[in-house]
Design a protein around this ligand. Sequence first.
Ligand SMILES: Nc1nc2c(ncn2[C@@H]2O[C@H](COP(=O)(O)OP(=O)(O)OP(=O)(O)O)[C@@H](O)[C@H]2O)c(=O)[nH]1
Ligand SMILES: [Mg+2]
Length: 455
Amino acid sequence: MFEVLGNRFRDIFAGIRGEVRLTPAAVETALREIRLALLEADVNFKVVKAFVARVRERAVDRKVLDSLTPAQQVVGIVRDELLALFGKPRPALGGAGRGPQVVLLIGLQGSGKTTTAAKLAHWLRRQGRRPLLVSVDIRRPAAVEQLAVLGSRADLAVHDPAERESSAERALKAVEKARTVGFDTVIVDTAGRLHIDDALMSELDEIAAAVDPTERLYVADAMTGQDAVRSAGEFHRRADITGIILTKMDGDARGGAALSVVAVVGVPIAFSGCGERLEDLEPFAPDRMVSRMLGMGDVLTLVDRAEQAVAEQQEQPAGLPAPDGDFTLEDLRRQLAVLGRMGPLDQLLGLLPGMGSLAGGGAEIDPRRMVRVAAIIDSMTREERRRPALMNGSRRKRVARGSGTSVEEVNRLLKQFVQMRRLLKNVRSGARGRKLGARGLRERLRIPGAPGAGY
Ligand SMILES: Nc1nc2c(ncn2[C@@H]2O[C@H](COP(=O)(O)OP(=O)(O)OP(=O)(O)O)[C@@H](O)[C@H]2O)c(=O)[nH]1
Ligand SMILES: [Mg+2]
């Protein structure tokens, strides 16, 4: 997400870091590069033009000029203006009125409506809400079933009557059911079309007339860049939308749709989808997007995800701390479980400041290897996990047999664990942690299961 821009901005800011004063010439050079970077990222050209003009106007303002270093000044202005591109922040979902809230998801074929419907229900449930899903896509034979399968896999309620009814009837019955059973939100997944045409519009009109939606969210595939912006705009002209959900942000290195759509269409982005899993939907957070874009990482997102993963973990309490309060294999085991819930490691690395460039460097963790490491730890006794020094030859053999791995693998894990623990001690004491930097940390802290870690 935003890798292209992130890299370019980093270079641009590095280029002016050495300047003592921000001369008009230096400003112009930076602006030219910013303009190119945005165009390369597939940002709408009118948006780019206005953006550059605003940054120029502010960058030559003398008062600001003297109080900051040139690089800081430009970063600050670019940051503000990028934020402005996303418009005013909006609540992820509009507040509920009387009766169940109805969220209509609309968009072109394959944009991710059905996936997003399930993700949204999952997200709402996490907020303590009671969502009900309904597909009104009666055109494509497998569409209704697709949502039913997604829903049942995650134990989400889906309204799926056997009767043959029109789209509007299906939606209306779902809302009635929500009212009687006590669901507070109905998410309506609609049929996609290749183009926005009259048939689509009249079908949506009918559904909207039947259920009076609180939100009409346009689901757009971010990977289609300016096409997504155009279709959202066209749609908004024909029928008002209240928000946009940008999907497949994970596959969109450029970010052109995200940066243009609010300015062009005039409707805020409500959520962004960044993967195929249910968890991969986030309320759109402009400030996080911008810090990610500026190569400053996104520690907030990382912390949130970590907290969420920990909260979800339904394991028994950690037990007593190890005798010396040290990092133990039990801690490592818990961390593996948490990591597994947080998503692919390369994605997570991208969220850490300075780690962005590493993320593309093949730091993927093979989940199967992580499973083996977990199996090894699981095969140890509690005492062994807390005092790995107990692991003599015969214990290692037993654990290898019990976990279906080999003695070599057990040896390797124990060795890495000792290294990890040493490193953590250093980091905690603060002596080396600061100096080590991202690369040093990664080299030293070989995460079990990562390539090059020997597993
Ligand atoms: N990588 C990635 N894939 C996604 C995301 N959202 C949806 N997809 C994938 O996009 C494809 C289409 O998703 P659907 O949810 O079926 O799209 P739809 O809009 O309901 O499609 P129609 O009902 O045919 O109009 C599926 O393979 C999804 O897994 C996302 O955020 N990231
Ligand atoms: Mg669908």
